[in-house]
Design a protein around this ligand. Sequence first.
Ligand code: NIG
Ligand code: FE
Length: 415
Amino acid sequence: MKKGNIIIKNAAQLVTCSGFSAKKGREMSNLSIIENGSVIVTGGIITFVGKSANCPPLSDFPEHTVIDATDKAVLPGFVDSHTHFIFGGYREEEFSWRMRGDSYMSIMERGGGIHNTMTVTRNASFEELKEAGRKRLDKMFAMGVTTVEGKSGYGMNKETELKQLEVMKALDEEHPIDIVSTFMGAHATPQEYKGREDAFLDYLIKEVMPLVKDKNLAECCDIFCEKNVFDIQQSRRYLTAAKNLGFKLKIHADEIVTLGGAELAVELGALSADHLLQASDKGIADLANSNTVATLLPCTAFSLKEDYARGRFMIDSGCAVALATDLNPGSSFTNSIPLLFALACIYMQLSPEEAVTALTINGAAALGIADKIGSIDVGKQGDLVILEYPSYKFLPYHIGMNIVEKTIKNGVIFN
Ligand code: NIG
Ligand code: FE
């Protein structure tokens, strides 16, 4: 990807989110804001952060593009650390059924839901998936997302799991957004293995996971640990195999039913436990005492009309909380960052400061790359967003509105 040279000067607020690892509990409120700040990016990397008054003279940087950010806030690029953005088809009928009282799990048990998307994704061509994925990335970028995680899991066989991951690899090379890929073969049990969940996991562990590793197609591995999908023992077996192959771990945990997914994530040293709507007090205490990030997905709770995860309680307990959209065609067909901010603050009682931390440095930590992105610190990638307004506080307040004026990736301005 192209690396640029840029100077942003006179920002009303330079919201640095300074730090190189996840922020836990109270630390999440500290955004390390510099008023009237400037930032310099050289060759794609941040080389200066500070008060405009201390900024070296512009004449020293004849090659740099200069942007005046008077009356604007500047933040680190947003990190959407949990999505399923490569998929075929849509599930608009299922949305209508749910609004009439059908549940997400009952639709899935009848062969719809994830199975529905699996069939269409298996039949879709590489190019079709790639073009749909590119359009989704463009929309994310316009909302300030500079790094996104994407999962496979709509193939549930070797061929289509690899196809999804290869599409993400191609897009990572072509699109300004950085993509962190996750292998999620264990998203559901496909029809051909129905009732033989353990045999399906054996197949994934023996025949697919090692291939994904050999081809270097994913950094992380994930499983849907849920009642009637994969239980704790099965999840432990699958994730342990992944860990032994060198994958970083993530887990869809305690979403619909309290199963102990949060505890399992901590036991295995996962990067993150995600969803957590029904996480137990013990699970939350375990997360607080660990380096595992609690990744909350309020757009999913909103869309499924479920109770929200206990975000306020988690932060008060000392957890590191991240926020992500969970973009997928079923439970959360949105990649709206404005909606995410609003839901996190209004329904999970996060402060605007905590929400910003959750979508920047803690999102980066949920991907294991908080040393490279997620804050405006010297040495990190020049991934930045400029808002139309002078304060980050407008992010949750201007409900549902995109207030990102410019997204900058590796020091290059794209819009
Ligand atoms: O994170 N819960 C499991 N997986 C996704 C939904 C996938 C789908 O419905 O297509 C989630 O919500
Ligand atoms: Fe998900």
